[in-house]
Design a binder for this molecule. Structure first.
Ligand SMILES: *[C@@H]1O[C@H](CO)[C@@H](O)[C@H](O)[C@H]1NC(C)=O
Ligand SMILES: *[C@@H]1O[C@H](CO)[C@@H](O)[C@H](O)[C@H]1NC(C)=O
Ligand SMILES: *[C@@H]1O[C@H](CO)[C@@H](O)[C@H](O)[C@H]1NC(C)=O
Ligand SMILES: *[C@@H]1O[C@H](CO)[C@@H](O)[C@H](O)[C@H]1NC(C)=O
Ligand SMILES: *[C@@H]1O[C@H](CO)[C@@H](O)[C@H](O)[C@H]1NC(C)=O
Ligand SMILES: *[C@@H]1O[C@H](CO)[C@@H](O)[C@H](O)[C@H]1NC(C)=O
Ligand SMILES: *[C@@H]1O[C@H](CO)[C@@H](O)[C@H](O)[C@H]1NC(C)=O
Ligand SMILES: *[C@@H]1O[C@H](CO)[C@@H](O)[C@H](O)[C@H]1NC(C)=O
Length: 552
């Protein structure tokens, strides 16, 4: 009985930090693990298999996530992005079930497949206890009607079960999007198709606007949400977003699915950030084969640095649930490691999609939505788990060593060899290539003036030491096409987990969960820090339970 009361009280206490709404600045130094709630973890018994082809619920839950936060945090991620949480259509449609959460029917109720309101609050509290953030995916643009039968107009659709908008006049008149060059068509016509039309909310109607703004404000408060990923943002008029984002009061990242920086950029004015799709496309083609062309990648980054309102907070990703996994394009381990490195050294907030770290290879949707639990959440002998863990640690160490690291735009250091790419973002230097693991060509990155004179740098991925020359330049031969991420030896802790044998920094990690500065030790700074915070709060809980017992 005491235990029950005790834990309820801890949850109440721990919910307090959620009152401090997380801003873009709060998110900037974070790293996001994207998971599909239905596909990450079951509540119990992880023996069940999940057939992605069938596109049915595989029964992952919020409790499942709560039970595996060690797995996520152990890789250095301090935020998660989960699937939409609201109640969806229950039917099996022409495209399967709404296991992904994007087919809302009632935005005032939670999706019962994922758990209860208490389960979601417990997830939020468990994250905050670890100083992790919760990003929730939300859809404003559309609902899905309950009769998803083939139809040539919306006359056959039943609006009565849609909540809180159950009148056909709450939605744009039926027309499927036919012209992506016509923004009105993109915003007011419908996504989906005749088999599964996505009923398009009339976001021009002031009363609908105000209902949606109240809804998001309530949702964020109820579940202690720290950030929103906004689905299909380009399908809603731009000037809808500022008031919605303000009502939410937390960081917002919009999905603007487009390769064109010029099209995406204005959405960084009305929302805090966008998912950096232009960068995704050029990244994928740059490292997808040995003949990938880096110029498009360089051009995209240069353009986005000029035109995004805050390039340091856009979502930088290699994979997500909507696109074929990178390993369905190539499984050359060197190309994979180079491509995976990019989001962690690029200007934005890195996002890793569940399963990438386990080497998943699923192709186009729904093949790319593999359940994670069959892996057993094993991290040992998983080279890509090690890779992302190191990249997260290196990014944190670089940010700790230079207070402007996260806001400094990366600079390309032009290479003679078109298969090489070098990037400087002090104090970090990233050396990438698309030579592939079997290349016999001898190639060398040449990067003048990226460090201090004679500075000792460490490639965190191999722990090789690289000494800068008298003018701070480095010249590094490529080994097996692998990437290198150099940071000063002095930015790594001698007792840390990243290359401790060559590190020269001393840890300034504190035991009270206070802000770390100077040097990061992964084990002390990222692995157990959250637990220490939790311990302190539980101690407070004991004190307050004591007060309660006295009638306070
Ligand atoms: C998955 O489901 C599809 C479609 O029902 C079926 O063809 C396939 O054999 C199933 N795969 C496995 C491994 O059961
Ligand atoms: C998910 O749960 C439903 C309802 O309990 C069940 O019918 C289905 O077989 C489960 N799916 C899997 C993959 O276990
Ligand atoms: C739906 O909205 C229209 C237009 O506002 C109104 O005339 C009609 O009565 C509404 N229908 C229902 C069932 O509320
Ligand atoms: C753009 O799309 C809207 C909505 O479908 C349509 O009414 C309008 O005529 C289109 N404009 C042009 C120039 O095609
Ligand atoms: C790479 O792409 C750029 C344009 O983005 C083009 O000018 C250049 O010729 C391409 N290089 C190769 C080798 O195809
Ligand atoms: C590299 O070479 C080995 C041995 O010839 C071969 O098995 C492998 O498929 C090659 N890998 C790539 C990515 O070409
Ligand atoms: C920190 O970053 C700034 C901006 O790029 C750079 O000028 C400065 O040299 C860096 N300092 C260190 C110690 O890396
Ligand atoms: C590393 O050493 C510092 C003291 O220099 C200490 O405060 C910190 O706890 C140590 N970290 C680990 C992981 O042992």
């Amino acid at each position: 009985m005491f235990a029950t009361r005790f834990s309820v009280f801890s949850v109440l206490l721990l919910a307090v930090p959620t009152a401090l709404a997380a801003s873009a600045t709060d998110w900037r130094g974070r790293a996001i693990y994207q998971l599909l709630t239905d596909r990450f973890s079951l509540s119990t018994n992880q023996a069940t298999s999940c057939n992605t082809t069938q596109a049915l619920y595989c029964n992952g839950t919020w409790n499942g996530i709560t039970n595996h936060l060690d797995y996520i945090q152990g890789m250095g991620f301090d935020s998660i992005w989960i699937s939409p949480i609201v109640a969806n259509v229950e039917q099996t449609t022409a495209y399967g079930q709404a296991y992904h959460g994007y087919w809302a029917q009632d935005i005032t109720s939670l999706n019962p497949h994922f758990g209860t309101a208490d389960d979601l609050k417990a997830l939020s509290a468990a994250l905050h206890k670890r100083n992790m953030y919760l990003m929730v995916d939300v859809v404003v643009n559309h609902f899905v009607s309950t009769s998803s039968v083939a139809t040539s107009n919306n006359a056959n659709l039943d609006f009565s079960k849609l909540v809180p908008f159950s009148n056909s006049s709450d939605f744009h008149p039926y027309c499927l999007i036919t012209d992506y060059n016509n923004q009105t068509n993109v915003e007011q016509c419908w996504l989906g198709d005749q088999y599964l039309p996505l009923v398009d909310l009339n976001t021009e109607n002031p009363s609908i606007v105000s209902t949606m703004n109240n809804w998001i404000q309530g949702l964020v408060k109820s579940y202690g949400i720290d950030g929103l990923r906004i689905d299909t943002a380009k399908h809603v008029r731009k000037d809808f977003w500022p008031a919605f984002a303000k009502a939410a009061g937390v960081f917002t990242m919009g999905e603007v699915l487009i390769g064109d920086v010029g099209y995406a950029a204005p959405y960084t004015e009305v929302l805090d950030s966008v998912l950096d799709y232009p960068n995704y496309y050029t990244l994928t083609s740059a490292f997808g084969s040995q003949t990938g062309n880096f110029s498009a990648l360089i051009n995209t980054v240069t353009a986005s640095q000029k035109s995004y309102s805050t390039p340091s907070v856009v979502g930088s990703f290699l994979e997500n649930h909507d696109n074929p996994r990178f390993q369905s394009i190539t499984q050359d381990i060197s190309l994979v490691k180079n491509a995976m490195t990019w989001p962690f050294i690029q200007d934005g907030i890195p996002i890793l999609y569940q399963g990438q770290e386990q080497g998943f290879t699923g192709g186009a949707m729904p093949g790319n939505r593999e359940a994670l639990w069959p892996t057993g959440f094993v991290t040992s002998n998983k080279p890509l788990v090690t890779h992302v863990t190191t990249l997260n640690a290196a990014r944190k160490a670089a940010a700790a060593a230079n207070s402007t690291f996260l806001t400094t735009p990366l600079k390309f250091i032009i290479q003679q060899d078109p298969s090489l790419l070098a990037v400087s973002k002090p104090p970090l230097v990233a050396l990438l290539s698309n030579l592939g693991s079997n290349s016999t060509k001898s190639s060398t990155w040449v990067a003048p003036g990226v460090a201090s004179a004679n500075e000792v740098l460490v490639d965190v991925l191999s722990c090789a030491v690289v000494k800068a020359d008298g003018s701070g330049g480095v010249s590094v031969p490529v080994v097996n096409g692998l990437p290198q991420v150099l940071i000063p030896a002095s930015a790594l802790a001698k007792n840390g987990t990243v290359c401790p044998s060559v590190a020269t920094g001393s840890s300034s990690g504190t035991s009270g969960g206070g802000k770390k500065s100077g040097v990061i030790s992964i084990r002390g700074g990222l692995g157990f820090g959250g637990m220490e915070d939790g311990w302190v709060v539980r101690m407070l809980g004991v004190v307050l339970v004591g007060f309660l017992a006295q009638g306070w």
